[in-house]
Every structure is written in C-alpha cells, then in structure tokens.
Design a protein. Structure first.
Length: 151
C-alpha cells in the first residue's frame, strides 16, 4: 500500500466513524444505510430500530416500507417480497447501470407500490426484480448531497 492509499483509507475510516456518530450509517452496509437515511429524511420514514427484521425497513405513516439501493453494475434491481411491504423505494446512485433517466443529482429515488411490483411478475426463480426499463422515466425524487430537491 502506498502513502496516498493509506491516507485515503484513514480518511474513509474517519468518515465512516463520523457518519455512524451522526446516525447516517447504522451497520456495515454503508451504501444501503445511506439510501435508507436519504429516504427517511426525504419522505418522513421512521426506520426500524431492529435492522434484522425481514421484509421492511420502516414505516411511512401506517405503510410498511422497503428501501433498496442500486449503485453499480447489476443489470436488475431486487425488489424484495411485495407481500412484506406496502411501498418499495429504489435509490439509484450515479454509477448504477439501471439508471437510464439522465439527471445530475447524486441519487434518484423511485417509489413503487407493492401492487406495482406484483404486476411486474416474478423471475423464473420466483423473485421480484426489474431492469432498467422501470427507471427510464423521471425519478419521484432527485437528491443531491449538496441540496435535496423534488423532481
């Protein structure tokens, strides 16, 4: 490891500790935690304190909410089991290959109801997922780290 890499890792570790102390990161799943934090902040979602419960990440009013993050090379988004939630929020980072709608925001958020997910049907393996065609429309919310804004 060279000196630059070592300094970058130290800064990254310090940033993780600060984000944990600020309540943004709640586990070792950093990107998922950040997506959950952004949705909770933008939509008034009360995140569950038990991060091990199956099916949903929190509540928005009386609705069970699941939050999914996609930020990389996966060509589909796992949408979980719609029988365990009322809404799923898909947060797409700038590097997500399923992010087809062009917008300068750091994160695009798409909100789908459980019925919309069920209507997409299942994969041959029986899971619910979707590809880029679901995300070639304007996002329900565009979030920039500097300034959050509505689409």
């Amino acid at each position: 490891m060279n000196e630059r890499q070592q300094r970058a890792l130290v800064r990254f570790n310090n940033s993780i500790e600060e984000l944990k102390a600020a309540g943004v990161i709640r586990s070792d799943r950093y990107l998922g935690d950040i997506a959950e934090f952004l949705c909770a902040d933008a939509y008034g979602i009360d995140l569950a304190t038990n991060q091990r419960q199956a099916g949903h990440d929190g509540f928005r009013q009386d609705l069970k909410v699941q939050i999914k993050y996609g930020g990389g090379k996966k060509t589909n988004m796992d949408l979980g089991d719609p029988s365990t939630y009322d809404e799923v929020y898909v947060v797409l980072g700038k590097d997500s290959v399923v992010r087809k709608y062009v917008h300068p925001a750091d994160f695009l958020v798409y909100r789908l109801t459980a019925d919309e997910v069920r209507n997409m049907g299942t994969t041959p393996g029986g899971s619910y997922s979707c590809g880029a065609s679901q995300f070639n429309r304007p996002a329900d919310r565009c979030i920039s780290i500097i300034k959050a804004e509505s689409a």
